[in-house]
Design a binder for this molecule. Structure first.
Ligand SMILES: Cc1ncc(COP(=O)(O)O)c(C=O)c1O
Length: 391
């Protein structure tokens, strides 16, 4: 069988189901106003929550990296671990109040790394059903048994923990901090209490919380006034609020050493560029001092939600920068997204398998850098679609 004979029908079916993916082509810098597919648009589909990706201070640091090689040249355990990586790890750990942090090239790789490294045959991974795909894939790579619980269902989680305790099984609870396609938060106070009650371990993916949530932007733990304990690992991405790229896992001394020894997506890959590490150190300083930007983002979220509610849109219960509009049908989601593009607003349609069947949606993401005028343009365009749909 040729590759074509296997895949041509699958590709055609995907298109018929309105599930075909295409890559929008950006021809200007990542920003709230940018050119995509030749259209001048306001970008409402970026995770650059604090508007740092194109920040002049970071671009200036980039110009001051002549002493660094572009590539790291090797894996961290060979000769690729540069002082800039090491300092960034120390600074991230200090910021979050953890013993140590460990850099990864992407958040996807960090999530592939942790569960197989920590969990052994006979252990259970208890994972929220709406967790990011990378957490699911990480669980599937592990020798442990995967038990998924209904989204944020604390009763279902506790039931599993009780069963595990009776059978003397070690559990790792795995959850997004802010759910990436819904924008709601994990019930961290309950989850942490259950973790400690049953002697489980906890992996929080705070990709969309770090930099944004909490007074000082330290993410969902700070938001809830909690402190991660020694059996907790926090995964954070650098490609979202930090505006650069890469990721890290923060945790106890022993947990991080275990990852260095046993996490294959850490060991068998080239270290991120030292240039990226250096720029990210400056991004961390900006994130730490970004109180004004965090306030602007909050204000933009409130402005959008107020306007969207006023025009009767089906908003989801999210107070975060992720503001999905649930539409259900994939074809409808694509049609809305296309109409918004023509009105100068870039909003991606999110469809299965990224979200469950019949829950296609527009995923609007807001940034501190959006102006109210830009958000109003989106609201006006949404109102026009809404009126046309109901006329
Ligand atoms: C919740 C969550 N975890 C992990 C990732 C992966 O991070 P990265 O883009 O750095 O690979 C993403 C998105 O990209 C995400 O939304």
């Amino acid at each position: 069988m040729s590759i074509k004979s296997r895949f041509q029908p699958l590709l055609e079916q995907r298109a018929k189901d309105h599930l075909y993916r295409r890559r929008p082509l950006a021809t200007t810098a990542q920003d709230t106003a940018m050119q995509i597919n030749g259209l001048q648009t306001i970008n409402f589909s970026s995770n650059d929550y604090l508007g740092l990706a194109n920040h002049p201070a970071l671009k200036k640091i980039l110009q001051e990296t002549n002493d660094l090689s572009v590539g790291s040249g090797a894996a961290h355990l060979v000769t690729g671990h540069h002082l800039e990586h090491h300092l960034l790890e120390d600074e991230l750990a200090d910021w979050l109040g953890c013993d140590r942090a460990l850099l990864f090239s992407t958040g996807y790789m960090a999530n592939l790394a942790v569960q197989p490294a920590l969990m052994q045959k006979g252990d259970w991974i208890l994972s929220d059903k709406l967790n990011h795909a990378s957490l699911l894939d990480g669980a599937l790579l592990s020798a442990a048994d995967l038990k998924r619980y209904a989204h944020n269902d604390m009763k279902a989680l506790e039931k599993r923990l009780k069963q595990a305790q009776e059978a003397n099984i070690q559990c790792l609870i795995v959850t997004d901090g802010v759910f990436s396609m819904d924008g709601d938060l994990a019930k961290l106070p309950e989850i942490q209490a259950l973790t400690q009650k049953y002697g489980a371990w906890l992996l929080i993916d705070d990709a969309h919380g770090l930099g944004v949530l909490g007074q000082k932007g330290k993410g969902c733990f700070e938001h809830f006034g909690l402190t991660p304990d020694e059996n907790t690992l926090i995964m954070g991405t650098l490609g979202k609020a930090f505006g650069t790229s890469g990721a890290f896992v923060a945790g106890s001394e022993v947990a991080i050493e275990a990852l260095i020894q046993f996490a294959r997506p850490y060991i068998y890959t080239t270290a991120m560029s030292p240039v990226n590490a250096k720029v990210t150190r400056s991004a961390l300083k900006l994130v730490r001092d970004a109180n004004v930007r965090r306030q602007q983002l909050k204000d933009n979220i409130a402005f959008f939600r107020q306007g969207a509610t006023a025009i009767g849109l089906n908003l989801m219960p999210s107070e975060s920068a992720i503001q999905p509009i649930l539409l259900g049908d994939s074809e409808v989601a694509i049609a809305w997204s296309e109409t918004l593009k023509q009105a100068g607003c870039w909003v991606s349609a999110i469809r299965p398998p990224t979200v469950p069947k019949d829950t296609a949606r527009l995923r609007i993401t807001l940034s501190a850098s959006h102006t109210h005028a830009q958000i109003q343009q989106l609201l006006d365009a949404l109102k026009a679609i809404q009126q046309k749909t109901h006329s």
